[in-house]
Design a protein. Structure first.
Length: 63
């Protein structure tokens, strides 16, 4: 699944570890989601949306 995670993270001047800490996951998990190698669980997708104060649809895009 495509996503805007890297762009949103860069807009806030966060590195992958900063986002990982905010989400309670590893930096490797953030990297895997950003590169499309891993689709987050629904609860994690909601946490990501909450961190960025955006709806899920604004972050995760249909292929």
């Amino acid at each position: 699944m495509k996503n805007r995670l890297k762009v949103l993270r860069a807009e806030r001047d966060w590195n992958q570890q900063d986002l990982a800490d905010a989400l309670g996951v590893s930096r490797q998990s953030v990297n895997a989601i950003e590169t499309g190698k891993y689709d987050p669980s629904l609860p994690l997708a909601f946490r990501i949306a909450d961190v960025f104060a955006l709806p899920i649809e604004a972050i995760f895009l249909r292929d």
